[in-house]
Design a protein around this ligand. Structure first.
Ligand code: 2P0
Length: 329
């Protein structure tokens, strides 16, 4: 790590969708996961964050989509900035302006792009010069999934052995495979159970949690083989099964909860039905009701036609593999 003088930076980070999910922490404070995970960074959903450290500020000022952020959300960002200040050895507050091209807290991983962008912009603005490994490690402290959003394409978050080694590692950054993730925005409202709470309850109470950890290991190994071979059927099957097992943890937790709503189930049924009709596609779902469908390019038009029968066109967003973080300033 070296230092340079600069007080402002702006970064764009894209969100990622996990194909082998992260659902639980071994160490909550450091956000060390119980399992390694693997994701695809997407082009369509991103966060732009500008950070300026100013001597005249008496507290951090956080502006999200043009509005001041207060309460717990602001606290989470300030806590993260405290880590950055400590690393830099500087006691100076920041103005953070952030805007999202992601429906916030609707299961499209806005915290992944959000904390990846904040890690990049805040560290550069305060004068830290971090490489991508260090950035990934720092982003993890904000939100687990942000660990992976530092990189583009397929990214593995290696669980590691502690703070130093729990980082994102690019698996295939330049994706030469014509695949898409179609997001169906069934509900844009904020979720009731945050991921942080949801994974804790699942880990602490689901009787299937031990099995989950074992199967994630196997899924990760197999999905890497499938991705390398461009074996869409195998990759899709693993991703769909892994997602359903994650949701089985929520259903089997105490208290039980779910991120499914009626429209989520409708999309899942449609995907099963399309597969029977020879239109190959697979779904995955995160900590919100939106469903994402994996599809190869040659089936994209047919898939969209079918989705349009049940959903408005503006609720159907086609994303493709996207890039890692980019410094805009
Ligand atoms: C993932 N999710 O692997 C999983 C799958 C949602 C479902 O990571 O507590 O915002 O901040 O580390 O990363 C979303 O949870 O949770 C998430 P914290 P995070 O993408």
């Amino acid at each position: 790590m070296t230092f340079e003088s600069q007080n402002n930076s702006k970064v764009r980070a894209h969100t990622n969708i996990a194909l082998v999910k992260y659902w639980g922490k071994e160490n909550e404070a450091l956000k060390i996961p119980t399992t390694s995970s693997l994701s695809l960074t997407l082009d369509k959903f991103y966060t732009d964050t500008e950070v300026t450290f100013k001597n005249e500020l008496a507290a951090d000022q956080i502006i999200f989509n043009g509005e001041a952020v207060k309460g717990n959300k602001a606290k989470r960002i300030t806590n993260f900035l405290n880590i950055v200040r400590e690393m830099a050895g500087k006691n100076i507050f920041a103005e953070v302006k952030t805007s999202n091209n992601v429906p916030t807290a609707a299961g499209l991983a806005s915290s992944a792009s959000g904390f990846a962008a904040l890690a990049g912009a805040a560290s550069k603005a305060i004068g830290l010069k971090l490489n991508k490994k260090e950035l990934s490690r720092l982003a993890r402290r904000g939100s687990g999934s942000a660990t992976r959003s530092i990189y583009g394409g397929f990214v593995e978050w290696q669980k590691g052995f502690g703070d130093q080694t729990s980082i994102g590692v690019p698996f295939i950054e330049k994706v030469d495979w014509n695949i898409h993730i179609v997001a169906i925005l069934v509900n844009k409202s904020e979720k009731e159970m945050t991921s942080t709470q949801g994974m804790k309850i699942s880990k602490d109470t689901s009787p299937y949690y031990v099995e989950w950890k074992k199967l994630c290991k196997r899924d990760l190994k197999n999905i890497k083989i499938a991705i390398k071979a461009h074996d869409f059927s195998r990759m899709g099957k693993i991703a769909e099964e892994n997602a359903m097992r994650m949701h089985a943890l929520t259903l089997s937790a105490d208290p039980d909860f779910t991120y499914f709503d009626a429209d989520s189930l409708k999309v899942m049924k449609l995907v099963h039905n399309l597969r029977q009709r020879g239109i190959e596609c697979y779904f995955t779902m995160d900590a919100g009701p939106n469903v994402k469908i994996l599809v190869e390019d040659h089936n994209l038009v047919s898939l969209k036609q079918e989705l349009k029968k049940d959903f408005d066109e503006d609720k159907i967003i086609v994303a493709s593999p996207g890039p890692g973080i980019k410094y805009l300033k």
